[in-house]
Design a protein around this ligand. Structure first.
Ligand code: BGC
Length: 248
């Protein structure tokens, strides 16, 4: 067993758990702390310290971030405080915690977990995973290998970011029926299908628990197989824990 702490920063909550990176299972319950508002770098680093202290964890850890991440540096922040843009999250967290911290885009982390331990396992060809939550995150794989920071949630659909039409937040805020919301999501998937000809779409995020309510509608929009992600809300934490492995 190899135990690692994985932390997932989201627009509404920051979650952490100890993960067994050999089988992708959580070794503890998850701790969820509401994302501070404003979600400034220092405030978020404070919450991460709290999570680390809670698990009395020492060692390499991984943290996801809901924006573009390149070499630990944050390059976009659509749903979190704008002060993150250009911040070196890897350096900030490692200094605050006195331990090495790897940082990765949240959807990329979820995708890595899903390809290793979930419904993307052993799937060859092009796989696109979308996480539907506050925004829309994306991860694209070829033969299991990630192309990082794909940011398909910002693809324009009739002039507007896809995540402003088809995220879970939009469904809730506008009280859309499953059918109506699936129409918007299906239009978006059809566009992705045209651009990337994937072999499989995986739909992740908390909404994947309710897959039977919307996947049948989506199937009428695209010809590619669509499946719900298996790891749901845990995928980000598991993926975060997995990216620490490269250091060992
Ligand atoms: C961000 C992505 C992120 C997604 C899900 C989008 O607004 O640009 O980086 O993966 O939200 O959190």
């Amino acid at each position: 067993m190899q135990q690692r702490l994985g932390i997932d920063i989201g627009g509404s909550g920051i979650k952490g758990a100890l993960v067994d990176t050999e089988n992708g299972k959580l070794l503890t319950g998850r701790l969820r702390i509401p994302t501070p508002q404003p979600s400034s770098p220092d405030a978020v680093a404070g919450v991460i310290s709290q999570i680390v202290a809670n698990f009395q964890y020492e060692g390499p850890m991984g943290v996801t971030f809901p924006g573009i991440v390149k070499n630990g540096k944050i390059l976009s922040a659509a749903n979190v405080d704008e002060h993150w843009v250009n911040a070196d999250a890897g350096a900030l967290f490692s200094t605050t915690l006195g331990q090495p911290v790897s940082v990765i885009n949240d959807a990329d982390a979820a995708g890595i977990a899903e390809m290793r331990f979930g419904n993307g396992r052993d799937v060859r060809g092009v796989v696109i995973l979308l996480t539907l939550g506050t925004g829309i995150g994306s991860a694209i794989f070829l033969d299991g290998r990630l192309l990082p920071n794909s940011e398909f949630g910002h693809l324009k659909i009739r002039g507007k970011d896809a995540e402003l039409r088809a995220s879970e937040r939009v469904r809730e805020e506008k009280s859309l029926s499953w059918k109506k919301w699936s129409g918007a999501l299906g239009e978006y998937l059809a566009e992705l299908e045209k651009l990337f000809s994937p072999d499989l779409f995986l739909i992740g995020g908390g909404i994947s628990k309710k897959a039977d309510k919307f996947i049948p509608y989506l199937k009428t929009h695209v010809s590619v197989p669509i499946a719900a992600a298996l790891l749901q809300n845990e995928a980000g934490m598991i993926g975060a824990a997995l990216i620490t492995e490269a250091r060992n």
